[in-house]
Write a protein that binds this ligand. Structure first.
Ligand SMILES: [Zn+2]
Length: 108
């Protein structure tokens, strides 16, 4: 008896689906409103998660070293570098690579 050719299940992720959404994006201007909303909250109420140890903490708990050219925030549980913030008169650089994500409490 010949084998049936492989048929993907009905809900199988097809190449057509991928192609359909691959080119449906907006430019970065679409983030202006959502980012403006979250960046306006009190930073001390923001919650973060450490990429080093996975602990969660409010930003106010970070150990901040401010005696460098900028600020360095370290995890209160493992001392991993969570963020770096450097300012010049006309620019600011914020490096968040030490946090998995930040959670911003929003008023509803
Ligand atoms: Zn940590």
């Amino acid at each position: 008896m010949p084998q049936q050719p492989h048929q993907p299940p009905e809900d199988h992720y097809t190449g057509q689906y991928e192609y359909k959404y691959e080119y449906e994006y907006e430019d970065g201007n679409a983030l202006a409103g959502p980012l403006a909303e979250i960046l306006a909250v009190d930073p001390t109420t923001v919650l973060g998660r450490c990429t080093g140890c996975g602990s969660d903490w409010p930003l106010a708990r970070l150990h901040v070293y401010a005696h460098a050219p900028g600020y360095v925030g370290r995890c209160p549980d493992c001392d991993h570098v969570i963020l770096r913030l450097v300012r010049s008169p006309d620019k600011a650089w914020l490096d968040l690579r030490g946090t998995v994500a930040l959670t911003f409490p929003l008023g509803t």
